[in-house]
Write a protein that binds this ligand. Structure first.
Ligand SMILES: [Zn+2]
Length: 207
């Protein structure tokens, strides 16, 4: 069988409630994932949780400082957002700088590619920030969309227990279908793709 790779990603952390639950679920199923952190959510406590994710083998990525829509910001504001969160992440990882960035709300304008020297990531999700989307519906939507090279977009925002529950279905089912779960960096590496500039990736093999 052809090797198939897929990446779990989690936005809007870190926090001390749901981020540890996501990490426990990854450990339970012996897989890694990538966390896109919001700089303003990083404090002493939540940084400890993010460090546990990193030490387990997860990748830590940048999701801005304030989670604002960047097309409304100046170039200087955008650069400051990225720099702030990059520095916070380096404190968490012991100096490992993030390579990937996800724009808040996937709000994008062309000049952001000039201001942000990271690879842009989107992904396929399940509207998992809406309480009315059940855990079952979340897992159904993700499993239905799964493809080799795909980035799965979920959220570890505080209280999002339905996504934690959904992972307990998503991970074993996609494993059964032959997928290996990897970090975003490893997704590019395993698929033998060099990240390009001025592209936002939801699937590294087709974007
Ligand atoms: Zn977000």
């Amino acid at each position: 069988m052809e090797n198939k790779y897929i990446a779990l990603t989690f936005d809007d952390g870190p926090n001390t409630v749901t981020t540890p639950q996501v990490l426990e679920m990854l450990k339970k199923h012996n897989v890694t994932g990538s966390f896109f952190l919001v700089g303003d959510n990083i404090n002493e406590e939540s940084a400890r949780t993010a460090r546990e994710c990193f030490e387990y083998g997860c990748e830590i990525c940048n999701h801005s400082r304030t989670h604002s829509a960047m097309p409304q910001q100046t170039s200087e504001e955008i650069k400051a957002e990225i720099e702030y969160t990059n520095n916070k992440i380096k404190q968490i990882t012991g100096g490992v700088a993030p390579k990937f960035f996800r724009p808040p709300y996937i709000a994008l304008c062309d000049s952001m590619y000039d201001d942000i020297p990271l690879t842009f990531i989107c992904g396929n999700g399940a509207e998992d920030w809406l309480d009315e989307i059940s855990a079952e519906e979340r897992s159904k939507r993700i499993i239905k969309q799964a493809q080799n090279g795909m980035i799965i977009l979920l959220h570890d925002m505080e209280g999002n227990f339905r996504t934690v529950q959904a992972l307990d279905t998503i991970i074993p089912e996609l494993k059964r279908q032959g997928y290996t779960f990897v970090t975003v960096s490893d997704l590019f590496a395993k698929c033998n793709v060099t990240p390009r500039k001025r592209v936002i990736y939801s699937n590294v093999l087709t974007d």
